[in-house]
Design a protein around this ligand. Structure first.
Ligand code: M6R
Length: 602
């Protein structure tokens, strides 16, 4: 969703701001803009428009100045238009904003400024409020203004009367900061500024940063100076391009053997799961009598796999919650509940708010997060970082498989600590987990076969996916992939459930993807496949090698692993299916319509 960039220093700001906005494009946006302080005119000059950053680039070729802020907007309050794009200026003050100001109507009425506003946004109100509060001290003005705001915000602010200085403040929505010899940089996420320095910090909530070319001065809301915790970037941002692939999604699918291997190998010692490098104490797994997983979308689908693994192997009850519903559902949380939050970005606001709620109820909280230093990581008692590296495509692929890999490790650890598996049993489980990267690689090596199968889906409007046991939550994820990037309406069903209503939708030629990987369920799954075939469905089967018989027509043969581990190569093959359908339809695979990579509004 909305992205913020800011720079002040010795170089021309325009190029740095546009480059930053391009690296924030993946978050999802519909308009963009920049404001640069012009030393001759002694004011911030703004250019903004709906459309892509390239459109903005063409309109800003003559902009000069060394200090500026920029923004990519994902519309919430007010439609997609030039006027609603950021930055917004009111009087002396120019702002860019990420988040939602809930009481903007009240503030608008109190300030009596309805006739002076140029946009329909909540963000312009923040500019007006800061302008009204300004009597000479910028930090004081910002603090007294944001104290009147309810909602979430990350704001970068410039004053016409204070040259070459940017101010930043935040509540929930993140701002990261770094500096080098050329100046100081701020952004919504590290992808935009990680190329400038390996050392960065996250602006603490409820503090104001004054940013000049020499660096940062941070004050709390009482005016006291604050120290910040410096973090080290451990992603190779310079290698975060498409690597020769037409889309990030394909590159990220192809990286899965390496990132799964990396996520697992650093957490196995002497054949046993070991979270000591993560500083995660075994006690949380030993003590818990229940687990609640909280997440959204793909991350929640990883949690559904975790549920089946932990319940079946550790005999510990697991509930999986959509983060957006969690705190409104009177969840049962006790001191012995382990709450596991799962998030690629670590910034999904619903997950973050649910995490805070779970903590307030006394739960031990552990997060499985990809982005270092993100809000969810910092808010949790314990963190296990997936080693997926930057995931840019909106459709999550390698984040999911590494999240699932962490659930295997947690399951093995918990099973051992609770006496459900002995050392030998755990070592065998981990041994099988270590075979997953090679199995995934063998799917990737045969991706042309999947490309060939995908051809029959190009004109489909609807598709169904059916599977049993672990195949069912795996298909929930596969189905989300297909619909979000190919715009084919797709639904996944537990095969046995189909005839309780949905089978009415199966007619001649309806595409049905059937997954067959669970040995103990194969005969029942075969009956369900026959049920849809006899109603005319076009079935494509993804079947484990040892379960394949000549009865299968159109099929992709999956490599052989134990039942529990088959879902990873299965999901990877279905990620590829969705990818080929989308790219062959000529769609923008990496940036599907209406979607944002980082969902920072509730
Ligand atoms: O960053 P998160 O993992 O918290 O994001 C959660 C969902 O928004 C995300 O998994 C979404 O469903 C995927 N982009 C779908 O591919």
């Amino acid at each position: 969703m909305c992205g913020i960039i800011g720079y002040t220093g010795y170089s021309e700001a325009r190029g740095i701001l546009l480059k930053g906005l391009k690296s924030l494009e993946y978050r999802g946006y519909d308009s963009a803009g920049i404001s640069v302080y012009h030393p001759d005119f002694k004011e911030c000059l703004t250019t903004k428009c709906k459309g892509r950053v390239e459109d903005l680039e063409k309109k800003t070729s003559d902009i000069k100045g060394n200090t500026g802020i920029g923004h990519t907007r994902w519309a919430t309050h007010g439609g997609v238009s030039d006027a609603n794009s950021h930055p917004h200026k009111f009087g002396n003050v120019t702002v860019v904003h990420n988040g939602i100001i809930e009481n903007y109507e009240t503030i608008k009425n109190t300030l009596n400024i309805a006739d002076k506003l140029k946009s329909e946004t909540d963000s312009e109100i923040a500019a007006a409020l800061i302008d009204r509060c300004f009597t000479g001290d910028p930090e004081e003005a910002i603090i007294s203004a944001v104290k009147k705001l309810s909602g979430t915000y990350a704001l970068a602010v410039m004053f016409d009367s204070i040259p070459d200085t940017i101010f930043a403040v935040r509540n929930v929505s993140p701002i990261v900061c770094c500096k080098n010899d050329d100046g100081a940089y701020i952004a919504s996420d590290i992808m935009a500024i990680g190329g400038y320095s390996e050392d960065y910090f996250v602006l603490p909530e409820f503090s104001v940063a004054k940013i000049t070319k020499d660096g940062f001065e941070i004050k709390d809301f009482r005016g006291g100076k604050m120290d910040v915790e410096m973090l080290k970037l451990d992603w190779d941002i310079k290698n975060s391009g498409k690597g020769g692939y037409p889309f990030y999604m394909e590159k990220e699918i192809m990286e899965q053997p390496q990132v799964i291997e990396k996520t697992v190998s650093s957490r196995v010692s002497a054949g046993m799961p070991d979270f000591s490098n993560d500083n995660v104490d075994d006690g949380i797994f030993e003590k818990c009598t229940a687990v609640s997983v909280i997440a959204c979308g793909t991350a929640m689908h990883a949690g559904l796999i975790g549920k089946q693994l932990i319940e079946s192997i550790c005999s510990v009850p697991v509930s999986v919650h959509m983060a957006s519903e969690f705190m409104y559902s009177n969840p049962i949380i006790t001191d012995d509940t382990l709450v596991i939050c799962v998030s690629q970005s670590g910034e999904t606001i619903d997950t973050l708010e649910a995490l805070k709620y779970a903590k307030s109820k006394g739960a031990d909280t552990l997060s499985i997060v990809n982005v270092r230093g993100s809000s969810i990581a910092r808010e949790s008692d314990h963190v296990i970082y997936t080693d997926a590296g930057p995931e840019i495509a909106v459709a999550s692929t390698k984040a999911y498989t590494t999240q699932v890999a962490v659930f295997y490790l947690i399951t093995a650890k918990m099973a051992y600590l609770k006496g459900k598996l002995n050392q030998e049993g755990v070592a065998d489980f981990i041994q099988e987990l270590k075979k997953v990267p090679a199995a995934v690689q063998s799917v990737l090596d045969r991706r042309n076969e999947i490309h060939h199968l995908s051809g029959s889906m190009l004109t489909a409007e609807h598709a169904f996916m059916i599977g049993r046991g672990l195949d069912y939550p795996a298909l929930l994820e596969a189905s989300l992939k297909l619909k979000e990037i190919s715009y084919i309406h797709s639904e996944a069903f537990a095969s046995g459930e189909l005839k309780h209503g949905t089978i009415a939708l199966i007619t001649g030629g309806t595409p049905v993807i059937a997954l067959v990987t669970q040995q103990y369920l194969v005969s029942k799954q075969m009956s369900n496949i026959r049920e849809v075939q006899s109603r005319g469905a076009d079935v494509i089967t993804f079947v484990r090698r040892s379960l394949k018989t000549e009865k299968f027509g159109n099929c992709f043969v999956l490599p052989e692993l134990e039942d529990e581990f088959m879902l990873i190569p299965a999901v990877v093959s279905l990620q590829l299916l969705a990818y080929y359908v989308s790219s062959d339809k000529g769609l923008d695979v990496d940036k599907p319509r209406n979607l944002a990579k980082v969902v920072t509004v509730e």
